[in-house]
Design a protein around this ligand. Structure first.
Ligand SMILES: Cc1ncc(COP(=O)(O)O)c(C=O)c1O
Length: 364
């Protein structure tokens, strides 16, 4: 278990008798307090908890009245399927545009080229914890009269050019899936919102679209954050600045370890200037990726691939009509990327060990 995580669970367990005594299980004072604390942490005016990050994205689209297949949402093929599944769940259509060859973030220029008269929103993802170029996205969305919805499910605490994500668009969606930088003890999510009117609608949309106990005004979701998760998230949130700093430190150590190796063999995914990075994942581009992966695994170092099959080539998104070769940058990257171990449970020794194995693999 990660350092801090055990203490968090213990601190949460100490609160359980009080929470049980209170017997408020859903949307109570813990959720209210967590929403305020998380909003403050993100520099947002307000936050609204949901049952997952996927639901938070769906609700964000609904806040922009994006609900029908005529509404097209442009997003990246290099992300968790949930980004695009949330668009389909909202009732809209997905359109994929290719990613930047260096940062692997959705490329604004390619997204602009993919735009049609039906484009209702751009949905960039702060992939791996690195913030997208929100100034460019804001300008693009403004130019075309489209909404800008941010998938911040991997970027808790990241800023862009020192500014909060909500300085650039009204809605950013977060996930508290347990492996995230801020993870719950199960599923959870939140929207950070700039406007109170959006927050009011989001609170309604997450709760069945009800205006009162038995009256649904709009078709919403049953997507409420529960009190026990919120109580845990409050404890964990207090550690997040320290955990994010630790991830950034580990990333610098990896950078050092890889610096001696030729970039055509292995290099970290590019960082954009002005971007902040909270290293949900530390991802490299590696020649002979599968062999490297097996080599590391055989020596006890487990890695991941985020993501092996770009979304436009997955059956769930066949309706987008794209084929292999249509988004070549993402397709090529999918064959090269490798996520090295990252998490606050790691120390310098583990990173140095992985670095030495990588050098042995390529140079040994
Ligand atoms: C980039 C991205 N978007 C969306 C999601 C969906 O979040 P959740 O699993 O909380 O629904 C995730 C997490 O899996 C994610 O990593």
């Amino acid at each position: 278990m990660r350092p801090g995580h055990t203490q968090c669970i213990e601190a949460w367990q100490r609160r359980l008798p009080e929470l049980v005594e209170r017997s408020r299980w859903i949307l109570g004072p813990e959720v209210d307090a967590f929403e305020s604390e998380f909003a403050a942490f993100c520099g947002a005016a307000r936050a609204v908890g949901t049952a997952s990050g996927t639901d938070a994205i769906t609700i964000a689209l609904w806040l922009h009245d994006i609900r029908t297949p005529e509404h097209e949402v442009i997003t990246t093929p290099l992300t968790a399927p949930f980004t695009a599944l949330a668009v389909l769940r909202a009732g809209a259509s997905v359109r994929f545009a290719d990613v930047d060859p260096d940062t692997l973030l959705l490329d604004p220029a390619r997204a602009a080229a993919a735009r049609t008269a039906n484009t209702a929103a751009f949905l960039p993802v702060h992939l791996y914890g690195q913030s997208c170029d929100l100034e460019r996205w804001q300008a693009l969305a403004g130019k075309w009269g489209a909404a800008l919805v941010q998938d911040a499910c991997q970027a808790h605490g990241a800023r862009h050019r020192g500014r909060s994500f909500n300085d650039y668009s009204p809605c950013a969606a977060y996930s508290f899936y347990p492996t995230k930088n801020l993870g719950a003890l199960g599923d959870g999510g939140a929207l950070c919102l700039a406007r109170e009117a959006d927050a009011e609608r989001a609170r309604r949309l997450r709760d069945g679209g009800r205006v009162s106990g038995h009256m649904a005004e709009i078709a919403g979701l049953n997507s409420r954050l529960d009190e026990l998760q919120a109580a845990y998230l409050r404890v964990a949130l207090a550690h997040l600045p320290e955990w994010n700093s630790r991830r950034q430190w580990l990333a610098r150590l990896y950078d050092e370890e890889l610096a001696a190796l030729p970039a055509e063999l292995i290099r970290p995914v590019g960082r954009a200037s002005g971007s902040d990075h909270v290293y949900h994942l530390y991802v490299v581009r590696a020649a002979r990726r599968e062999a490297l992966r097996q080599f590391l695994e055989s020596r006890g170092v487990m890695t991941g691939i985020h993501y092996p099959v770009p979304l436009h080539l997955q059956p769930a998104f066949a309706a987008c009509g794209l084929r292999p070769g249509d988004l070549p940058v993402a397709e090529r990257a999918a064959g090269e990327i490798l996520s090295l171990p990252m998490g606050v449970h790691l120390g310098e020794e583990e990173v140095r060990y992985t670095g030495s194995l990588i050098r042995d693999f390529y140079l040994g």
